[in-house]
Every structure is written in C-alpha cells, then in structure tokens.
Design a protein around this ligand. Structure first.
Ligand code: WTA
Length: 631
C-alpha cells in the first residue's frame, strides 16, 4: 500500500508499524509496484560489512513502473512539462504515451551503439526533456547512468568518466542558462582527450552553436533517433542490480560515486514523494533542482513518474529574465506543489516584492525546501509571501547517499516549526550521538546524526571502492550510518539539522569537499599550502574561504587571487570558486602536522572570542597574524 497517512495520528501509527516490523511494512509498500517476479526476502543487512539487500530475488524494471504500467489509465496525461530558459520559447509537454515512445526509441539508440546491461553511460546535458529521456532509456536496458551536472569543468567530468569507465557520453552542443550559453560539447571534447574507455558520444542539438564532430566517435542525436524503432522490451533487472551512479563530494579529494540499486530506490522515492508532498491525482508538481543532482533524479524523474504525477522540468535560472521568473512560471502552469532550495529563496527574498506580487500564486498548495538548513527569515518569507500563510512548508532533509527524504514533515499533516525538518519518514530510525559514540536518547539533545536501521533507497557502496564506503559512513559510530550532519532534537522530538560536521561545505546547496579545492589551489606554482573552510554567507548559505601560503611573498596579491579563482573554476567548476582568499605566512598546525581547521573556521566566521585550546599548536603565534589579516 502506497498511502495511508491521512492525519497526524495515522502518521504516528504508520511510523510505529514501520519500526516494529520493517519487513512487513516495506513488503506491503512493494506490493503496489509491478514486478516480473516477487522477492524471496525483504531485507538482509549487516552494517559492519556493510551490506544491505532489499527485495532480494525480486525482478523488475523501474521504467515499467514509471511508464508502461501507467499507460492503460494515463496514456494521455502529461508526464513531463518542460519550461524553457527563454520564456518566449514554446513549452514542451510529453504525455505518458509520448514519453514512453521516446524512452523506448532512445533505448534502441543506446543498443544500436553497443550499450548493453551493466555498461556505464555518462550524461552531461542541460535541463531539456531529452535528459529525462536519456536517464530512463539507460534504465530501460539496464545500462547504468552517471549524470554529471553540466556546470562541472572538463577535468571534473573526465575524472568522473574515468572513475566509472564509461563507454558512452550523452551531451549537447551547448546549453542555455539565463543570459549565458555553456559550450558543453567543447567541454566534453576536452575531457575525452583523457578518457580511454569512451567509444562514442551522442550529441543533441540545443543551442545550434558550431561544434566539431569527431568522425568515428561523435554522432548526432537526431540522426540516431531517426534510425531507431520505438519498441523496446524492458530488460529484467534484479532488485539489487545497479540503477545509477551519482558523484558527491567527500572529505578527501576524490568525489565518491554513490551506487543506487533498482528495487529499493524505486519503492522509497515513490513512497516518500506521494506521502511527504501528499501528491493528489492531476496536480502539477515542480521541483526546481537540476537533474544533475540527486534531488532531480529522485524527485523530478523517478519518484514522480513512478507515482504517475505530472512533473515539471525548468531549463533556466530564477533570475532570468528577471527575479520574478519562478513566480511567473508558477502562474503560467498553475503549479500546485513547488520545491526549491533555501539559497534560491534567500536570493529572491532580496529582490523587490513586486516581482512576487505581480503573479497569481493561488494554485500553490504545498511548498518544499531541500539542500541546506533554511534560516528563520527565509522560512517566514516563503511562508508569508509565496504560501500566503496557507501552504504547508516541508523542509526535507536527506542526502545523495540516502536516495530519498529521511526527515521531513508530511505536508499539511505534521505540524511544522520554522527551520525544523521535524520528524522521520516511516522506516527511518535516526540516532543523535555524542562525540564519544554514545547515543543521546530522549528529547532535548544535540549531537551528530546517525541512522541505525537500513531503509530501501540507501546507497549500497561507492563505485569501485567499498572500503571507502565503509570507512566514510560506517566506521565513525558502531553499527550505524553516519550522515556527516549535526542536529538538534528539541523537547518535542523534532529534528533540526544544524549543518555539516565534516569537511564538506554546502555552497548554494551544492556539496563541495574542502580537500578537493585545496588540491587544486596547491597546484598553482606559487602556492605552497592551502587550507579551505566554509563561512556563513547570506545568500549562498556558506561560501569558500581559502587560507593560502606561498613560496615567496606575492608581487601582486590581487593578480594571484584572480589566477587561483580561475584555476578552481576551470578545474572543478564555477560553483567551487573561493569567495575569500587570505595569503598567510603559515597555517596553524598541531605538533603532528595536522592543520587545525576548527581555528581557521572560527576566524572565517569572525568569531575569535573563543578559539579554544591553542596550546597544542606548533607555533601559536601564527593564529594572531592570521586574525590580523582576516578578510
Ligand atoms: C544538507 C541533497 C538541512 C545536509 C538532497 C546533507 C540539508 C547534505 C537539508 C546533502 C535540509 C540537505 N536541511 N540540511 N532540509 N537537505 N541538507 O548530497 O548537510 O547534495 O548532508 O543531497 O545537504 O547534500 P546532497
């Protein structure tokens, strides 16, 4: 059964059932889907290895659940609404029948180009309908997609392609984003100089800009589609077969390819989509995320489509052609459910209120946020000006690793509290831990957030590196999944996520690993050593602060700063650019040579009143000098 939460008491009852007997609970949810063969066992798990298997022995294809099974009832219902970057360009609407045909056709394109079950396909595309089609086409034939956000640089793209040994790259000539165009094919060309596993790339025409097509490697999307049939049987997959890889930043330099599998991911994303938003038949649902991130995978593509919803994709940005774009789009499509990030809300809140007031937002029923903690002011602005005090706000806390919502209100049912993600979804068992590894039971506690029982959509491993998976998530606290986040559980048992407690910084909702940025800056020939931390920023949430030591005093600090910024943008992507770069003569280190980031974080936050114990530092004097020169 997919939904039975009708009021707060039924949420509490459902939650209790899901904890008392998880296998019975998820087994019943799974019955609502189409399987080629039912599972032999609902769950087998061991967090020490770690190994988690849901619905073992079950056979299915997620696209049958997202497409085929809806056709008898909703062939003519809109599945995807696509709103282009330019408000004057035509909207595209694909019915479930049309989406089904296009997915099957593109699945045949993949097959015609030698892709078979288990092959990895990298997708580096703008937010166009073909992106959604590409994901589903891979899933149709059991190929593993690895979407790389189209804002990453060529070297980040190459790293990800090589890590997964992708055989094929799907891209476009370019992409529109606000007033800019991105030369995606040129970036792919540069990346592919260094990617021996890639045999072909298929290029969609979007901007019409000139590109170089390499013979024997590059093919035009439209040529390939013209040759392909629209009939394609779905590959029958094991519940635990790989569905996709999606990279996320980690505490050490290299991004982690999180692996999600077919059965549990499908069930959990669909279940949480239906229940948390309380999605009703026929509603227009808009998640503003990019499909390059987990939010787009789970809550633009898979969850909504498996639930038979109408899901909108937006190609543009909130500020183009002006700061009223989101609200203009809400009015234009009479959007009922709107899901965005706190960083967008903070940016729009700063614009003149007339940008909001110009539009009719009365279609809205539910609002959502994701990606980082929402501050009180932004929460109230969203509630008052967008929801007009009538729309429940669901603050959904989750991660690339968790696949779906973990802690979130049930819209209109869970009483909300500004800045609180509130209560766990059914099946989720959070634990608040202290630094010594003890669980802080009861309410009114604060600590590190862990999860102590498996849920169906959890990542199963890091592609090619299970040991790193174990180390990162299952070694800090015995027999628990460690999220990397800190949290507060108040007197009512409500959870509030306070932010990362590891070396990940969330800038405008994008995860960045400090080590990854440090490694890039260190590559500059004048740079000796770098330490990167996050600091609070009123629109981005957090921004990057880099402390840099050089071999020689820089001749011109400003020039060097610009060179470093360009280097970071070129190597990782513009999202990782440091907001502040402070040149320092030395970094605070312990006697064993470890950089004391805690101190650097405090200085960046301009909170130097209590730096804690600095006596263990090799040279306590450097701290004073850094404080004096702080930006
Ligand atoms: C943060 C995005 C507070 C958190 C789905 C988490 C949040 C990281 C929230 C994962 C929220 C996400 N409130 N913090 N509602 N949602 N986060 O992998 O620090 O891109 O660990 O997944 O974002 O980011 P990721």
């Amino acid at each position: 059964m997919l939904t039975n939460i009708k009021d707060f008491q039924s949420y509490l009852d459902t939650y209790q059932e899901s904890i008392d007997n998880p296998e019975k609970f998820w087994g019943a949810v799974a019955e609502a889907f189409t399987w080629n063969k039912k599972w032999d066992s609902v769950l087998e798990w061991d967090f020490t290895k770690p190994e988690v298997k849901w619905f073992q022995g079950g056979k299915l294809n997620i696209t049958v659940n997202c497409l085929d099974r809806h056709l008898p009832e909703r062939a003519n219902q809109t599945a995807i609404i696509w709103e282009p970057n330019d408000p004057n360009e035509a909207v595209v609407k694909l019915t479930y029948q049309e989406l089904f045909d296009k997915v099957c056709q593109f699945a045949n394109v993949l097959k015609n180009n030698g892709i078979t079950k288990g092959d990895r396909v990298c997708i580096y595309m703008p937010m166009v309908p073909e992106l959604c089609i590409a994901l589903l086409a891979c899933a149709r034939i059991g190929a593993v997609h690895s979407v790389v956000f189209a804002g990453f640089s060529s070297s980040s793209l190459a790293d990800r392609i090589n890590d997964a040994s992708c055989k094929l790259v799907l891209t476009s000539d370019g992409g529109f984003r606000g007033g800019k165009t991105l030369a995606l094919k040129a970036i792919v060309d540069e990346a592919l100089l260094d990617c021996p596993s890639v045999e072909k790339s298929i290029v969609l025409k979007r901007t019409g800009e000139a590109v170089t097509m390499q013979p024997n490697r590059d093919l035009w999307w439209h040529d390939e589609v013209a040759k392909a049939d629209t009939h394609c049987e779905a590959e029958i997959m094991d519940a635990e077969d790989m569905l996709f890889i999606l990279y996320t930043s980690g505490s050490t330099g290299k991004p982690k390819g999180m692996v999600h599998t077919c059965g549990g991911y499908m069930i959990y994303t669909t279940y949480t989509f239906k229940n948390a938003f309380q999605y009703k038949e026929g509603e227009i649902y808009w998640c503003t995320a990019d499909i390059g991130w987990i939010t787009g995978h789970s809550y633009i593509v898979y969850g909504p489509l498996a639930a038979g919803a109408t899901s909108m994709m937006f190609e543009g940005v909130p500020s183009y052609p002006d700061m009223g774009r989101f609200w203009q789009v809400v009015e234009k499509h009479a959007v009922n459910i709107f899901y965005t990030a706190p960083t967008a809300i903070r940016a729009l809140e700063k614009a003149d209120i007339s940008y909001v007031e110009k539009y009719d937002l009365s279609s809205l029923r539910v609002l959502g946020t994701v990606g980082e903690p929402i501050n009180e002011e932004a929460w109230h602005w969203y509630d008052d000006h967008i929801g007009k005090g009538k729309c429940p706000i669901i603050d959904t806390w989750w991660q690339t690793e968790t696949g779906g919502f973990m802690i979130s209100p049930i819209a209109g049912i869970t009483p909300t509290k500004p800045t609180y993600a509130t209560l766990p979804m059914p099946g989720i068992q959070p634990a608040v831990m202290n630094e010594n590894g003890q669980e802080l039971a009861g309410n009114g506690v604060e600590g590190r957030l862990c999860i102590k029982f498996p849920w169906p959509s959890m990542a199963r491993t890091i592609y090619g590196n299970h040991e790193r998976f174990r180390n990162t998530y299952f070694s800090a606290f015995e027999n628990k999944y460690f999220t990397g986040d800190g949290c507060k559980k108040d007197e009512d048992g409500y959870y509030r996520i306070t932010g990362r407690v590891d070396d990940v910084i969330i800038v405008s909702g994008h995860n960045l690993g400090t080590a990854e940025i440090e490694n890039v800056i260190d590559e500059h020939k004048e740079v000796c050593e770098t330490a990167v931390v996050g600091f609070p920023h009123d629109v981005k949430g957090h921004a990057v602060y880099a402390y840099v030591t050089c071999y020689h005093t820089p001749d011109n600090e400003e020039d060097l700063r610009q060179e470093i910024i360009t280097l970071v943008a070129k190597t990782i992507g513009p999202i990782a650019k440091p907001e502040k770069i402070q040149f320092v003569s030395g970094l605070p280190k312990t006697r064993s040579g470890k950089i004391m980031r805690r101190i650097l974080r405090k200085i960046a936050e301009k909170d130097t009143s209590n730096l804690g114990d600095t006596s263990t530092l090799l040279d306590p004097g450097v701290v004073e000098t850094i404080i004096e020169g702080a930006l």
